[in-house]
Design a protein around this ligand. Structure first.
Ligand SMILES: Cc1cc2nc3c(=O)[nH]c(=O)nc-3n(C[C@H](O)[C@H](O)[C@H](O)COP(=O)(O)OP(=O)(O)OC[C@H]3O[C@@H](n4cnc5c(N)ncnc54)[C@H](O)[C@@H]3O)c2cc1C
Length: 497
């Protein structure tokens, strides 16, 4: 499986086969458990500031994001997007007629090469050079201020748990026997399954369903809820669902899977709207949630509270053991790489320097990298009412933005939610080809306390899709014009010749 040169390079970086663990120092300022984004950023900053730092990783440095998450998925999505652009070029733009063979193997090789290149940044030798003692092995607390790994004791002043999550596998009878893919195995495929059933219609399921459909799989999403991308604005999720359907993805909602069996192929038995249904597939991708990596960590020995979803932390990311903090996905908070990174920066201050940074002060954007992308920032679409905020909402269809029309990216929209009667931005949703990039501008405005009118006073180059933000500001300004002010303007222009 790791036989290509690129794969050997990656493994030499993320878990060098001949690695020898260093001899543990007497006591560390900081011991970090888990070498994914959260752990790596924490360890790098702490060591850079001069703290005696140890990092323990049991599998691959870089964690999910580098090895089996963001990096490989976005590389395959990009390749699939190119193939889609090529094969629809004539119909959409009068471009060339392309009818070639989709080369999934080539896309995988490209992905592996990029992933291998990027892995140098997360590599064990680099972290050693940064001054971090890197230990490979399973970390386990054996007391309130001690962790063991590979037969050595790492005593600490502070520790950070950054052990992340893994795929949750639903207890469907027969699933273990038929076999299934998860994000941990799907990126090792070199050919696409002819028929792929995706269990789960969250961001991971939606992204991979589209990528595999564009590479020629017949893809069906089986979603237990009434719609896919349930954490996002329903209208925005509907636009993505329609795009997936255009790519040939069948989306079955309100599905209850009863059992799975292998005949000539895999057969999935389910109930939908009271009817029994059967679906044939050659492979199943399980993308139906995550469970925290808490087992074998010895959390009870260290007095650290946890539940089935997470290690429990307070607003400053401290656990019930005052020496121990947690960052990233293991906290059960927004499960994104950029959030793990933000947690890490906070925790170094809070754990080592009496900082008082709070997670609730973070402005968090996220994006699902389907085509079109669906990006959001701020409170969830259904949270405002619950918190008692009353909102004004402004929606600008991308059809009103020249660049979106020129690019054939008109289906989406920007929706900005403002505190009622003011231009304070509470949240925003954007669906469009560049939504993930553009949402960053609204994140920055929210973080800096800039209202929509201040963002709208910015000059955006024409024609760009980011102009949609200025259009939202214009719409707000127009709406703000009360009938009285409008009447005064009309009177003024009647008098002035
Ligand atoms: C398919 C997919 C696509 C994704 N795409 C995106 C995206 O586009 N953008 C985005 O922001 N996020 C994305 N994510 C989410 C992102 O990968 C995670 O949010 C991020 O990896 C969290 O980092 P972390 O450090 O908390 O945990 P992880 O990356 O999970 O790292 C945890 C590490 O801890 C190690 N570990 C666990 N237990 C122990 C132990 N006892 N001892 C030693 N080591 C241990 C593990 O081996 C692992 O390396 C994606 C996820 C998936 C699965």
């Amino acid at each position: 499986m790791h036989d290509s040169t690129a794969e050997q390079t990656r493994i030499a970086n993320v878990h060098p086969p001949a690695w020898e663990n260093p001899r543990a120092k007497d006591r560390y300022h900081l011991v970090v458990i888990g070498g994914g984004t959260g752990g790596l950023v924490t360890a790098a900053i702490a060591a850079g500031l001069g703290a005696r730092t140890a990092l323990v990783e049991r599998h691959w440095m870089g964690g999910d994001c580098l090895n089996v998450g963001c990096v490989p998925s976005k590389a395959l999505l990009r390749a699939a997007r190119e193939w889609h652009a090529a094969s629809t070029a004539h119909e959409r733009f009068g471009g060339p007629v392309v009818d070639g063979q989709r080369d999934f193997g080539a896309a995988v090789r490209r992905m592996q090469e990029i992933r291998a290149d990027i892995s140098a940044v997360d590599s064990a030798p680099r972290y050693r050079e940064l001054g971090v003692d890197v230990f490979f092995g399973q970390a386990r607390f054996t007391g309130a201020d001690n962790v063991t790994v590979d037969g050595q004791n790492l005593r600490f002043r502070r520790a950070v748990i950054a052990t992340g999550t893994r795929p949750a596998v639903p207890p469907i009878p027969g699933l273990a026997d038929t076999g299934y893919l998860t994000n941990e195995t799907i990126f090792s495929l070199t050919e696409v399954p002819r028929r792929l059933a995706v269990i789960g219609g969250g961001p991971i399921g939606a992204e991979l369903a589209q990528a595999f459909a564009r590479f020629g799989s017949i893809v069906t999403i089986l979603q237990k809820d009434q719609r896919i991308l349930g954490k996002d604005d329903p209208e925005a999720a509907g636009i993505v669902a329609a795009a997936l359907a255009r790519d040939g993805v069948r989306i079955l909602t309100s599905v209850k899977i009863e059992r799975v069996e292998r005949r000539q192929s895999i057969v999935i038995h389910s109930v939908r709207e009271g009817r029994n249904e059967e679906l044939q597939a050659d492979a199943i991708l399980v993308a139906s949630g995550r469970v925290p990596n808490v087992e074998e960590l010895g959390l009870d020995e260290a007095g650290i509270e946890y539940d089935q979803r997470r290690v429990i932390t307070d607003d400053r990311l401290r656990t019930s053991n005052r020496r121990v903090y947690a960052v990233g996905d293991i906290t059960g908070r927004a499960p994104f790489t950029h959030v793990a990174d933000a947690h890490a920066r906070m925790v170094v201050q809070n754990a080592l320097f009496f900082g008082r940074k709070k997670v609730t002060d973070l402005v968090i954007p996220w994006c699902t990298y389907t085509h079109p992308e669906l990006a959001h920032v701020g409170m969830k679409w259904d949270e405002a009412g619950k918190r008692g905020d009353t909102m004004d909402s402004i929606t600008i269809p991308l059809h009103d933005v020249d660049r979106a029309r020129l690019d054939g990216d008109e289906a989406g929209f920007l929706r900005v939610h403002l505190r009622e009667g003011s231009d304070k931005i509470l949240a925003a949703t954007l669906v469009g080809d560049h939504a993930g990039d553009i949402i960053g501008q609204l994140s920055m405005a929210m973080r800096q306390g800039l209202g929509l009118s201040a963002v709208g006073a910015t000059i955006f180059p024409y024609p760009t899709e980011a102009e949609v933000i200025r259009k939202a500001a214009d719409a707000w300004r127009k709406r703000k014009l009360s009938p009285r002010v409008r009447g005064l303007f009309q009177l003024y222009f009647r008098l002035v010749r």
